[in-house]
Design a protein around this ligand. Sequence first.
Ligand code: SF4
Length: 276
Amino acid sequence: MTMVDDPKAQAAEVISRLKSEYPEAGIVLGFSNPWELLVAVILSAQCTDKKVNEVTTKLFKKYRTVEDYAGADLAELEVAVRPAGFYHNKARHILESAQQILADFGGEVPATMAELLTLPGVARKTANIVLGNAYPEAFASDPDAGIAVDTHVNRLSQRLGLVESDDSNKIETELMQIVPRDDWFRLTYLLIEHGRAVCTGQRPRCGDCLLQDICPSAFTLGPAAGRDKAGADAKTGGTAKSAGRGHEAPRSTFKPQTQVKSWARSPHGKRGRRGG
Ligand code: SF4
């Protein structure tokens, strides 16, 4: 039996290697409280974290409280978030979420999945990210919590043979069945890091990948399919682990301008960077 035949073993090995490779994997969006985190995650749909951080650097100075957003002029808010794309919907979701948080939750971003999912524009990915980063203790015990599945998690889960579906909601369910709960939060950021650094959408660099010997998709994708394994083996002696160490990870150099409040510190490991 190979590890791909045993998805739990495959997941355990993938997570173990990625933890070693990306010990500080975590959110890279800038925020200083749960509300700002929610705003940043809403803005991050179909947008890079770098662009979101550019937008929020200005946005969080212009609007400081939930009340500021709830009372904002929608057209003005649209202008402020326009660079993040889909600005009509994003601005409306932010404004309406602020209004609902004031009306229903006493001005505080709710700390349960069920309540988060009632907010405009908040689906499971956003709710998992907000709960896991803003309220880690609540995330750990919330019966509705799960695994945030973004485009990287979706793609890598399939390539690595962890899931069978290509639907994000089904992928979340499949991953929850094979990944220990303690790793649910971390898994998202490990796969995002590896998806950005090595296993990119169009040009996965299998020759530089520390998972190549256990990945069923290795050297089958992109323009280098079937070509770069020989080069990688010749260069590295065929040790995927050592090859992976040499990748040129495009790690974010963003330094949030805001101070991290004590509530926002993650219990999930070192917190050198923050964001979604
Ligand atoms: S071996 Fe290739 S397809 Fe598999 S995870 Fe690594 S880069 Fe992605």
